[in-house]
Design a protein around this ligand. Structure first.
Ligand code: WT7
Length: 667
């Protein structure tokens, strides 16, 4: 996307890129108020109260956040709430604290000591409960293992683990000693690990022999071995947790077993004293150009926001059993499986595997068995369960649920209604939370005891979030008009940068509109001021709630010897939100067909990982281009969606290309 300052006139670009669901949301007018019973018990029980707090958070952020931040445990109190010089924000200046101390130690002096911090279920069915006291002990021991392996404050530690308690333990252990973790989702490939290790300069990787997914074993350690094979990285140590017991290669002098290392350490490890702004973690996410960006989050602001949203948005209580189904490899797993709930002293449930293993009712089985009361998942999962049929839910007692949440992509009203009636029994408020890896936590969301909800909208901004929907000149658009979503003030958990790339940070987020954060999403506001997210308006896809850069997939495709040129676009997909369609031209003499299409799909899986598997590959002699040589993505999107080609094609270089591409579908 071209970068423009707000002051320059610009073509009406955003308006053209509307997403498939816009028709449905325009006609949606059902309203669901929280029940009087829910509101009475909730922390925020009315719109008046929400509005009062919101206004204070915007007009007097120092007062609002200064007060909220007192709920964290500080080793040394902060002296100033915020300092802002675009694009650099500092929050809670002068303060010292430690994240693991906030998530663990401070809960040990009261009844929470013996309370379940983590409840875990493995895909094959094993169960584990770690109380706050036990989790504290494990974190301290593993922090000592890290120290033993020469990890120091500020060092980057890569974590590539399945969804097992050790993932949370490793993350918290890093925070205990002030190391910066970078978790890589298990669905990424060896090449992706290597890129990330090289980018963040990690000297140590924590992994396991394997993990379970849909009954199969995922070869995590093998992927790490492959990532390190070329010897380009600075990795000196790999700590391997034994999960599956499968045979793995152990490289002498580099690889050590987690359980063996524990034999050398004790359970005492003081919590390092960290500045409010110390880097906490790096998490890679896709952008519209080039390689994934290492989104950097810092300590105090991030933790406060994670805790505060668990308190106000999930309304988490002492007796809740809270389950966020996201993987720790995504930001949702960071903020809402580990840091937020644990900082608040809640019980967080973690499940290792697939939602349909061994059968389609695994989630409902878990909700019933552990009496889950607050449940947070993604629209793509909801749509899958909807498709699998109500009989799977009907087998289970879901009456323990009191609050439901969704995240990751716009939820279509049909899925929202199904979630509301079939899963929530019509009694649970739904919080549709809009946010991003970059924002650290919820930004636009209902407050469950206050906000009347409508199916398909994330409703209103959270405290401190000054959101607007603007045109290309930065002017707010009118009611029901589509525009670009911007945030006009810094917020505590905003990203502090892109690791190692100041320029890209500035350009990506702060240059489209001077001084405002540009989220990359299109949105519109209805008559009640509710915000309806349309989806990405840049070249980023949202596949089953996961972000994928078209440029990344394209670069994976052209790394295959048969490919001359590639263009990747999304097409609406009933289940996944978007599917990945690849348009490919091959080199002289290469035979195209189903076989090559399959090979290219496999190739992308190998280069990026199973998360990026294309849905369809199409071949043509050339890609449609303007006379200046730019690929016409708008046309490709229409072709991918099976639409009749409309709009201006006069600048197209070779019209026959369109016919060829349109005819080249896989079936
Ligand atoms: C993109 C961010 C936030 C954790 C999961 C994804 C889309 C996210 C919603 C929602 C509509 C949503 C946006 C955003 N998105 N939540 N409730 N309604 N769209 O994090 O990978 O950083 O992706 O996900 O397009 O920009 P992410």
């Amino acid at each position: 996307m071209s970068k423009k300052k707000a002051a320059k006139p610009a073509p009406k670009k955003a308006a053209k890129k509307s997403a498939p669901q816009s028709k449905a949301i325009l006609t949606e007018n059902r309203v669901f108020k929280p029940s009087a019973e829910f509101s009475k018990k909730a922390r925020i029980g009315s719109m008046a109260e929400y509005r009062r707090m919101y206004e204070e958070s915007i007009k007097q952020p120092d007062k609002f956040f200064g007060r909220e931040a007192k709920e964290l445990t500080w080793q040394k109190p902060f002296t100033k709430v915020m300092e802002w010089k675009c694009p650099n924000a500092k929050w809670f200046l002068g303060g010292k604290l430690n994240v693991s101390e906030n998530c663990l130690d401070r809960h040990l002096s009261g009844p929470n000591k013996t309370k379940a911090a983590l409840i875990w279920e493995g895909e094959p069915g094993e169960k584990r409960v770690l109380t706050y006291q036990q989790l504290h002990r494990e974190v301290c021991r593993f922090a000592n293992v890290l120290k033993r392996n020469k990890v120091k404050k500020g060092d980057r530690v890569m974590i590539y683990l399945p969804m097992i308690p050790e993932a949370a333990i490793a993350m918290l252990a890093c925070t205990r000693i002030g190391a910066v973790h970078s978790v890589v989702f298990g669905g990424f490939s060896a090449d992706s690990i290597k890129d990330r290790v090289l980018d963040c300069g990690a000297k140590i990787i924590i992994t396991s022999d394997g993990g379970y997914r849909r009954g199969a074993v995922v070869p995590l350690k093998k992927n790490v071995d492959d990532a390190l094979k070329s010897g380009e990285t600075a990795v000196e140590t790999v700590i391997v947790f034994r999960r599956t017991g499968q045979d793995v290669h152990i490289e002498e002098g580099r690889d050590v077993w987690w359980h063996r290392e524990l034999e050398y350490v004790d359970a005492h490890c003081p919590a390092a004293s960290m500045d409010s702004e110390s880097p906490l973690f790096i998490l890679y996410t896709s952008g519209s150009t080039g390689k994934p960006k290492g989104i950097l989050h810092s300590t105090a602001g991030y933790l406060l926001h994670a805790q505060m949203t668990c308190k106000y948005v999930f309304d988490l209580r002492a007796d809740d059993v809270y389950w966020c189904t996201a993987d720790v490899g995504w930001v949702t797993g960071h903020s809402y499986l580990v840091y937020g709930p644990l900082a608040l002293g809640a019980t967080s449930l973690m499940y290792e595997g697939a939602p349909n293993w061994p059968e389609n009712d695994r989630f409902w089985r878990i909700i019933e068995e552990y009496a889950v009361s607050v449940f947070y998942t993604a629209p793509t999962a909801i749509r899958a369960f909807m498709k699998w049929g109500d009989e799977w839910l009907k087998k289970h007692d879901l009456s323990s649920l009191r609050l439901l949440g969704t995240v990751g992509e716009p939820i279509n009203p049909e899925a929202w209604m199904w979630y509301h009636t079939q899963v929530g029994g019509g009694k649970c408020p739904i919080v549709d939370t809009w946010w991003q890896t970059e924002t650290g936590g919820h930004m636009i969301t209902p407050i469950p005891g206050a906000t009347p909800t409508k199916p398909g909208t994330a409703t209103l901004p959270f405290f401190g979030v000054d959101v607007a929907i603007v045109d290309d000149l930065g002017k707010e658009v009118g009611k029901d008009e589509q525009g670009k979503l911007v945030i006009r003030k810094p917020w505590p958990s905003m990203l502090r940068g892109i690791w190692g790339d100041k320029k890209r940070y500035q350009e990506t987020y702060w240059s489209e509109f001077d001084g405002w954060y540009f989220a990359g999403d299109g949105a519109r506001k209805d008559k009640d001021g509710y915000i309806w997210i349309i989806g990405r308006i840049d070249d980023v896809l949202n596949v089953a709630g996961h972000r994928l850069g078209t440029a990344e997939v394209e670069s994976a495709l052209v790394s295959h010897p048969a490919v001359a040129e590639a263009a990747v676009v999304g097409r609406p997909d009933e289940m996944k939100g978007q599917g990945v369609v690849c348009f490919v031209t091959v080199k002289e003499g290469v035979a195209t067909g189903r076989e090559l299409a399959d090979e290219l799909k496999k190739h992308v899986r190998k280069v990026i990982g199973p998360v990026a598997t294309p849905d369809e590959g199409r071949f043509a002699a050339a890609l449609p281009k303007t006379r200046s040589g730019k690929i016409m993505r708008r046309l490709l999107k229409q072709i991918a969606a099976g639409e009749v080609i409309k709009g201006d094609t006069t600048t197209l270089e070779d019209l026959s290309v369109i016919a060829q591409l349109a005819a080249s579908g896989e079936d």
